[in-house]
Design a protein around this ligand. Structure first.
Ligand code: SF4
Length: 488
C-alpha cells in the first residue's frame, strides 16, 4: 500500500473487493477481474494510481486509518453477497478521518439494497446499482475518463513488470468476453440481476477486441492459457455457433496458438460448435448440469434435457476436453424418486465429469423459482445473512422431510473429507492428478448418496457406517497415486 502521491492532479483510487475470502488470502491475479484490470490501465494511462486493498477483517480499522493517511481520492468497495460486520464502522472511520475521500459501493448487494445502504451510510458518496459493466460508467465519470467498456487497452504505456505482477501472477490470462446471460434459469440470481439491471440483458463483446487483448497478453507476456470468465461465453441458439466460428477464425488470422477454458450450457456442446472450440485450443469446460432429473430441470427453467447433458459428456470425452459440472441435489419440491433419478444420472456422468455439488438449492426471493412456486412451498424462513432475501424451507416429499437431514450430513461430511484428506499426504504433483482424485472421490460420494436415498428409513448409525466405507475407498484412491506418500 506504500506509494508516493502523484505529482500530477490525477486521481488515486483504492479498490477493496469483499467476499472473496479464499482468493483474498493472497490477492492472486485470478481474483482480479478483467473489469478491474481495465480500470487500472485507464487510471494509470491518465497519470493516476490504483491500488488493490487486501481484506483482512481483524485489522480493517488500521486499514481504514492507513487508507485515509494515504489520501486516496476514491475508495471503491465491491460487495458481492455478504456485508461483513466491520464494514459500517470501517466506512464511518474512513470518512471521519478524511472527509475529502469519495467512497463508492458497487456490486450485487449495493444493487439490490441501494436505498437502504445509502440511508444507513450517509458517508458514502454513491451506492451504485447494476452489474459492474454498467456501474463502472459512474466511476469513470467521477475520475473524468471517458468510459469505453470494450476498448483494447494499450499496455505499452504502463510499467509491464507491475502489470505482470498484478494481473498475470498465475500465468493465466483472464478474459471477459460478454456480460450477462440470455437465459432465465429459475434459480439463478446472476441472470435475474442482468435481466433487471443491464441494458440489453446479454451482450457479447466484439471478438476483434477480445482477440486483440489475447494477442497483447500472449506477445508481451508469453501467456498461452486463457480463461474466459463469462457465465455464458457462447450464448444460446444460432449465436453460439457464430461465436465459436468467429473466435476460431480470429485467433487463426492472428496466428495465435493458445489453450483456453470456458463455461457454457450443455445444449450448446454440439459437434459443429465443439469442433470450432477445439480449434481455439479448448481444454476444459465447466457446465451447469444442475440435475439429471428432467422434472427438476423443468422446474429450474433450464430449457435443457438430460439427453443434452449426456451428449455433452460424450462429445467432450471424444475431443479430450475435461469437464467440471455443477449440480443441485434438492429443491423444495423435489421428490425422493427425482432425487434418486438425479443421483443415478450424476453417477453415470461422474466417470468423466468432476461435480461440484450443492445439496440444497438456495432459494433467493429475486429468482423466478421463488416467484413461480412460493405459494406451493411450506416452512419458509427468511435468513438474513445474504440480503435477507433467501429462505430456508421444508420439503413437500415425505421421505425428504424425514431423511434429508442425515442425507445432507453424509454429503457434507464426504465433501469435507474429500477436500481435507489429501492434506495428510504429500501434495499432488500435477493439477491433472488432483482433478482425477476429486472427480473419482466425488463419484464415490454420489454412490453413497444413492445408497442412502434407496433406503426407506436410513438410520444414522447405518449411514455413518456407509460413510466410513466410502471414505476407505477415497483413501485407497489417494494412495493409488504413485507420487503421493502419507506424511508421517
Ligand atoms: S444459463 Fe447459467 S448463467 Fe444463464 S440463467 Fe442459466 S444458470 Fe444462470
Amino acid at each position: 500500500m506504500e506509494r508516493t502521491m502523484n505529482e500530477k492532479k490525477a486521481v488515486s483510487l483504492a479498490l477493496l473487493e469483499l467476499n472473496n475470502k479464499v482468493k483474498n488470502q493472497d490477492l492472486a491475479s485470478a481474483s482480479i477481474l478483467p473489469v478491474w484490470r481495465r480500470l487500472w490501465l485507464d487510471i494509470k494511462c491518465n497519470g493516476g494510481e490504483m491500488d488493490f486493498i487486501q481484506e483482512n477483517s481483524s485489522v480493517m480499522i488500521e486499514v481504514a486509518l492507513k487508507l485515509a493517511n494515504l489520501k486516496y481520492d476514491i475508495i471503491l468497495i465491491h460487495i458481492d453477497s455478504f456485508i461483513p460486520n466491520w464494514l459500517f464502522p470501517f466506512i464511518k472511520l474512513l470518512h471521519n478521518t478524511d472527509q475529502s475521500i469519495d467512497i463508492f459501493l458497487c456490486g450485487f448487494i449495493p444493487t439490490v439494497k441501494c436505498g437502504e445502504l445509502a440511508e444507513a451510510l450517509p458517508e458514502v458518496h454513491a451506492v451504485i446499482s447494476g452489474p459492474l459493466e454498467s456501474s463502472m460508467e459512474i466511476i469513470y465519470n467521477r475520475i473524468g475518463i471517458t468510459f469505453r467498456p470494450y476498448e483494447v487497452k494499450d499496455i505499452s504505456a504502463v510499467d509491464q513488470s507491475v502489470f505482470k505482477d498484478l494481473f498475470l501472477k498465475d500465468s493465466v490470462g483472464l478474459i471477459q468476453a460478454s456480460a450477462g446471460c440470455p437465459m432465465t434459469c429459475s434459480f439463478c440470481r446472476y441472470s435475474s440481476l442482468y435481466h433487471r439491471y443491464y441494458k440489453g440483458v446479454y451482450e457479447q463483446f466484439p471478438i476483434d477486441n477480445i482477440v486483440s487483448e489475447i494477442l497483447e497478453l500472449n506477445r508481451k507476456f508469453n501467456i498461452s492459457h486463457f480463461k474466459f470468465i463469462d457465465s455464458n461465453f457462447l450464448g444460446c441458439g444460432k449465436m453460439a455457433y457464430k461465436r465459436a466460428v468467429d473466435l476460431a477464425s480470429s485467433l487463426q488470422a492472428k496466428g495465435l496458438d493458445i489453450t483456453c477454458e470456458m463455461h457454457c450450457r450443455s445444449d450448446m456442446v454440439q459437434t459443429d460448435i465443439i469442433s470450432q472450440l477445439v480449434k481455439c485450443g479448448l481444454r476444459h469446460l465447466s457446465i451447469g448440469i444442475e440435475s439429471m432429473s428432467q422434472n427438476q430441470l423443468d422446474r429450474f427453467g433450464k430449457k435443457e434435457t438430460v439427453m443434452d447433458h449426456r451428449s455433452a459428456k460424450e462429445l467432450t470425452v471424444k475431443h479430450g476436453i475435461s469437464v467440471q459440472g455443477y449440480a443441485i441435489l434438492a429443491d423444495p419440491l423435489v421428490t425422493r424418486e427425482e432425487l434418486l433419478e438425479n443421483l443415478s444420472g450424476l453417477y453415470e456422468l461422474s466417470e468423466e465429469v468432476l461435480f461440484i455439488i450443492n445439496e440444497k438449492m438456495i432459494l433467493y426471493s429475486t429468482t423466478d423459482y421463488y416467484k413461480k412456486y412460493h405459494s406451493l412451498l411450506s416452512g419458509l424462513k427468511p435468513f438474513k445473512v445474504s440480503l435477507g432475501t433467501a429462505f430456508d424451507y421444508s420439503f413437500k416429499d415425505k421421505w425428504c422431510i424425514e431423511n434429508f437431514g442425515i442425507f445432507q450430513k453424509a454429503s457434507l461430511l464426504l465433501k469435507y473429507k474429500i477436500r481435507t484428506l489429501p492434506l495428510s499426504y504429500s501434495p499432488f504433483v500435477s493439477f491433472a492428478d488432483n482433478y482425477l482424485y476429486i472427480k473419482k472421490a466425488t463419484s464415490h460420494k454420489i454412490q453413497l448418496l444413492m445408497r442412502i436415498v434407496s433406503e426407506n428409513k436410513p438410520d444414522e448409525s447405518k449411514v455413518m457406517l456407509w460413510c466410513n466405507e466410502a471414505l476407505k475407498k477415497i483413501e485407497e484412491l489417494l494412495t493409488s497415486y504413485n507420487e503421493l506418500k502419507v506424511i508421517k
